[in-house]
Design a protein around this ligand. Sequence first.
Ligand SMILES: [Zn+2]
Length: 850
Amino acid sequence: MLKKILFTVISFLPAITALAQPDYFYPNSGSFNQSIPTPEKFLGYAIGTHHTRHDKLVEYFKELDRLSDKVALQVIGETYEHRQQIAAIFTSPSNHQRLEEIRKTNLAGQVTGSTENIPLVIHLGYNVHGNEPSSSEAAMLMAYYLTASESDETTKWLNDMVILMDPVINPDGRDRHSHWANMHKASPIVGDPIDREHTEIWPGGRFNHYWFDLNRDWFLGTFPETRNRIKFFHHWRPYVQTDHHEMGSNATFYFDPGEDASNNPVVPNYIYKTIYPKYAEYFSKATDKLGSMYFTKEAYDKLYPGYGSSYINFYGGAGFLFEQGSSRGHVQETNTIPITFAFTIRNQLTASLTTVRASLAEKSLLLKLRKEFYRAAKEQASKSLVKGYLFGDANDETRTRAFVDLLLLHEIEVYEAGNNSTDGKGYYVPTDQNNYIMVRSVFEKAITYIDSSFYDASAWSLVHAYNLPYTELKTSYNAGKRITVLPPQQFNTLEKSNYAYVISNTDYNVHKAIYHLQEAGVIVQSAFRPFTTVVNGKNKVYGYGSILIPVQQQRITSDSLFKAISITAKQSNINCYGLNTGYSAGGIDMGSGYVRTLKQPAAVMIVGIGVAAPEAGEIWHLLDERLQMPITKLDILNLGRADFRRYNTMIMVSGNYSLIDKPATDKIKAWVQSGNTLITIKTGSEWAIKNGFTKEKLLPVDSAKGTPVRQDFDMAVHIEGAKAMGGSIFRADLDSTHPIGFGFTNRKISLYRNGLTLLQPSANPYSTVSQYTSEPLIGGYVHNTTLKKIKNSAAILVGAEGTGRVIMFSDNPNFRGTWYGTNKLFLNALFYGSNINVPQLAGVVIPTGK
Ligand SMILES: [Zn+2]
């Protein structure tokens, strides 16, 4: 799995002028091995005077690996933009000789914490947010120090520890920002905060290639960067994991402990009571010595399992968050003195050195933590009324398998369902297992929290995100065999038909299949009403929106059609069946007027300044990676000159669309009215309603009446924070006879809400496709007044606009690339949108827009 890459180092040490190696970063730290180049010597500039390109950083680590037997470098993967993900391992030469033995002994002692006699394994991770660049520069200094320092302390560290290092967690984002800062750097440097160097253009360097926040992805495992990293994590199971960030330029420095009330209630409390206060003694002492200001115990939480500083908590280890006020650029004015890049790097380096120092000193405490963690987990499991979770959707193997794949990534024990399982596609996760704390986080929907203002989500039950039917079993269960890798999928052998083919639309991959068939020139139809037909000698019911492909009514020959379907079925992992007759055993026949020809989506999405980059990125990623379907990313500044005739579907995610002027708004409106489809999400829906694209209405957010109750000034953060919609899971009813609801076998769906877009149910009884139930909260926190508003509000509306339509979502169905359960709603809008005509009411004039 982990590949050690052998490389030849091109010997191109830059000509070095006598740049002073400053004592600035390492005061009083003794002698260094002169054969190891400092970063400054290798790169040709002093750290802090330039943003180091990722490839140069990788070259430096390779050079250390080449020159020193204290370092081993591994390439653990590659990003979308072909940057290498590296992991460096620092330990003494003799430990390197027996590294595999140390690793295995460390893993074997996980649950009991009995690893006293081997070196302590810790992990240092840097720069998950690309435009928070100080920590990767610090990583180079740290790597140099561990390799070159000849002090007794460093020698002891390497004898007694294995220090793993991930110098750049987000290489693509980091380079995006580094280029920006370097290309705008002036001479002399300019610290004016409004200078272009300090104000990155959209989407900024925070995100990865698909504009995702990788510091939310540890739990979700959506991206290759994260998946490679999680595999590396479980390969080693370190005791400590660091995560370095930056915050606003006027902020100081943050280290743990975080806010007390926002500790995760599922994680055994021992860690919060002992480890974090203990380490804070070390961090404060070291930072005091520098004279740097700092804060703890506020602003940041360890609640969500998917941060780089929290994931390890769910495996009995200590994660440490560091947040440094950012120079974002080489120097920036602040409300005291200007902050320099070098200053920010020095604090990150000091935090790293201190983490290593503290970890070795507190080894027995860390071992005790792990032992205590697994003891407490075992106790929680034995007290749990739930003995296991049985889950799976027999109608959607793709979605079920994606979920199992994620469980396996987190090293959760998964079993095949027992013999008496009805569908044969179910899986079972027992609660009595070592990773029970992670099991709870994945399956439980209603965990009680102490605080009510959340930095981020307050609910993340993944079984709901995947919209998977599941049962909590309260008695012991006879499961099948344990699964450690997903078994290959089974498919039917497609037989050539001269009449028609049929594909069920319940599988997650159906849209991928539709797109690729259309791309191959196949006319694809959809049955807007169910039917029963014979496949493989048996009657099978095909629900609303099932896919039909006639053979004779094609522009291509039956042989070419058969070939196209065979290829597509294989590529899309779906079953397709040939039919010999158009006569149905029940429901509509193949030639019914309810069978509609689907238009191939030609999609465009507005992106750029003001648009929520992660939401847009989620759609871009969905179509690229899961459908292999192109979408045009139209910059908001180019709306005026774009030729809309190329497209039949436009997407507007959340955003501030004030850059769209009146002529551009009218241009979009005219395009919709002439028969096209506008899909809007959250505040994108608000924009459409406020700009008169539809007669549908918003519900007012704030209905506070009368004189407000007087409060103390200092209560504002708490009271107003509690009203924010951090992110919770709700239940809605879905009209599964509507094209947006096609392929859903259950009318009750889970939605993720983290915004305050509230849609009023339509005056047209057929237009409210999905509606929140009267008791909608499934899990997470929501303020009472907000909950009242959400009850019975509309989740999805389809408004008519001329001969076109606007499909409005109150929430993001593609949240963080993980909501497999609601992706289908969005993809239905994209693939069926052109075929939706809003029903008119007899005798009533339904407004159809201006
Ligand atoms: Zn950050």
